[in-house]
Design a protein around this ligand. Structure first.
Ligand code: ITT
Length: 196
């Protein structure tokens, strides 16, 4: 089954394609030359933004569309940057700038607990939508480690593996917030589309 993936983030396309490899869901995206308008992410929650992205692009493409809104929630920072993760240090911020601000804001802070959150929404052109949430716990470290992944991955440390997400891309794709949300979506998709 062909599904359009509504994101402008090519690293997400790469991750989501790998996670769905071997399933019956075939992803189409901007990598296939399909241009999509920018969706303004003005919601206060991952759920709102994810649903908005999926439904606006489903209408635009007239295809079943999935969209992911995701971010990092740091306990000692009142769950910031949260929905502002992509623009933590300003509009069009780079990953390096966002990571710098994160480390600065945690200076002298002992509690390093953080989680990544993804809400993945499947939207239909007729306006119906279904959302699935995934979370993974970790800790923020000051010195970046690893070259893979994107965003806050080099500072997101998982004790169980003694590695950051940027040091373990294969494991990340099994245990991540995005993998959990997608696996829930995969389980529900046949029922949602009435083909089960
Ligand atoms: P789209 O809206 O086009 O999908 P985006 O990069 O703007 O792309 P989001 O609005 O969902 O995506 O913002 C997510 C930000 O949260 C992202 O830019 C990263 O800074 C961070 N983030 C989300 N998932 C992450 C992950 O798996 N690893 C590291 N950082 C992540």
């Amino acid at each position: 089954m062909k599904v359009f993936l509504a994101t402008g983030n090519k690293k997400k396309i790469d991750e989501i394609s790998k996670i769905l490899d071997g399933s019956n869901i075939e992803i189409l995206s901007i990598n296939d030359g399909i241009e999509i308008p920018e969706v303004i992410e003005d919601g206060n929650t991952f759920e709102e933004n994810s649903k908005k992205k999926a439904l606006e692009i489903a209408k635009f493409t007239n295809m079943i569309t999935i969209a992911d809104d995701s971010g990092l929630c740091v306990e000692a920072l009142n769950n910031e940057p949260g929905v502002y993760s992509a623009r933590y240090s300003g509009e069009n911020a780079t990953d390096a700038e966002n990571n710098k601000k994160l480390v600065e804001n945690l200076k002298n802070v002992k509690n390093r607990k953080a989680k990544f959150v993804t809400v993945m929404t499947l939207g239909k052109p007729n306006g119906e939508s279904y959302s699935f949430r995934g979370e993974v716990q970790g800790e923020i470290i000051d010195i970046s480690r690893g070259k893979d992944g994107f965003g806050y991955d080099p500072h997101f440390y998982v004790e169980e593996y003694d590695k950051t997400f940027a040091e373990m891309p294969e494991i990340k794709n099994k245990i991540s917030h995005r993998a959990k949300a997608l696996n829930a979506l995969k389980k529900g998709i046949n029922e949602i589309l009435n083909i089960g």
